[in-house]
Design a protein around this ligand. Structure first.
Ligand code: SF4
Ligand code: SF4
Length: 345
């Protein structure tokens, strides 16, 4: 397998058409008012090559907002059987922050017991990354979270260098999928030099977005449990759950049984749930062990910046900025982090 290849921009339209003939291609599509969504595409003209993070992250293809996980029948001789539905597809145009989001989910959902539905989809979806050359907007903190530059998690990765894309072929799947288009060409030393120049320029653009180092964030959260920041957030938070619904690393779900009208057959479904919703922490007897909105928000932040460090040795925030972008109460993750950092100093 060759490591690097190029695709001439003049061949991009044919490239997307060739991929779409073979299987479903999902890519960012402009939805108006600077909103983007991953949707099925068949033509290159549908794709927004320059886009800020999509409303929902690519997570929706690996773990849909709602899915059937088993079907049952109480008729004699019939039983419960698990349902694992997946579609072979190509995700094109995934930014480095969302690649990291998928890497986080891979870790969490590969733990015992493995999430078979997630992992089955993961094995069937080819991911083609696309490099950003500048900040998406003021909400992004990808440099702080150490993923403004590519760090794996893709089958192939595109960097736009003007007249052509340079492509890192990272897996056999990536090599096979792109090779079948017969449109990619071998790269030369000069293409590689151009990529190095691009990255050098990028390093001067992406700078610390919050006054703390990546390593020190852990210390900030060792100190933050009793911070007044949480009561300030509690006064503003509407508990709408938008921030968790759009987060690429949130994976909590609720399970509901749906009996058919015959009361003999039915199915069990799971759907995304959120630590911000009132019912999430409610237990038998109607008690809730995390009633206060400040405590709910603290839990959300600790699930990004403290608990995963103890378990997976990494933060579970990609710096995508979706939570701040979507919050109706204008609760801003970078501002919250900055306030917590000030308390440490
Ligand atoms: S999006 Fe904002 S208002 Fe809604 S739950 Fe999250 S922090 Fe609270
Ligand atoms: S916490 Fe916010 S910035 Fe971090 S990954 Fe989730 S949505 Fe993105």
């Amino acid at each position: 397998m060759k490591q690097y290849a190029i695709l001439q921009k003049s061949h991009f339209a044919d490239f997307i058409s060739a991929l779409a003939v073979e299987q479903s291609v999902m890519a960012p599509v402009a939805k108006g008012y600077d909103n983007y969504a991953f949707e099925p595409v068949t033509r290159a003209s549908q794709i927004a090559l320059k886009h800020i993070p999509t409303i929902l992250p690519p997570k929706k293809y690996f773990m849909p907002p709602s899915e059937t996980i088993l079907e049952y029948s109480r008729r004699e001789g019939e039983a419960v059987h698990p349902v694992v539905e997946y579609e072979k597809m190509i995700l094109f145009g995934v930014h480095t922050c969302d690649l990291m989001g998928v890497q986080c989910l891979n870790m969490a959902l590969s733990e015992h017991p493995e999430d078979i539905n997630y992992l089955s989809r993961k094995n069937k979806i080819a991911i083609i990354g696309l490099e950003c050359e500048d900040y998406c907007d003021e909400y992004a903190s990808c440099h702080l979270m150490a993923n403004d530059l590519p760090n794996g998690g893709y089958d192939a990765f595109f960097t736009d260098l003007g007249d052509y894309f340079i492509i890192h072929l990272n897996t056999q799947m990536g090599d096979d999928v792109l090779g079948r288009t017969k449109l990619i060409e071998p790269s030369t030393e000069s293409h590689w030099d151009e990529l190095m120049k691009f990255r050098e320029k990028k390093r001067s653009v992406f700078k610390n977005e919050v006054p703390v180092t990546h390593q020190k964030i852990k210390e900030v959260f060792d100190n933050a449990w009793k911070s007044p920041v949480w009561s300030d957030i509690a006064k503003r938070c509407l508990a709408c759950s938008n921030c968790t619904n759009v987060c690429p690393t949130c994976y909590c779900f609720d399970v509901v049984d749906e009996p058919d009208l015959d009361l003999i057959t039915g199915r069990r479904r799971r759907k995304w749930d959120s630590c911000q919703s009132a019912s999430f922490a409610r237990v038998a007897g109607g008690e809730s062990f995390r009633e206060d909105r400040g405590a709910k928000q603290r839990h959300r932040y600790y699930r990004k910046f403290k608990y995963p460090v103890e378990r997976f040795f990494r933060y579970f925030c990609t710096g995508c900025g979706r939570c701040s972008r979507t919050c109706m109460a204008k609760i801003n993750l970078k501002e919250t982090l900055t306030s917590l950092v000030k308390e440490l100093n």
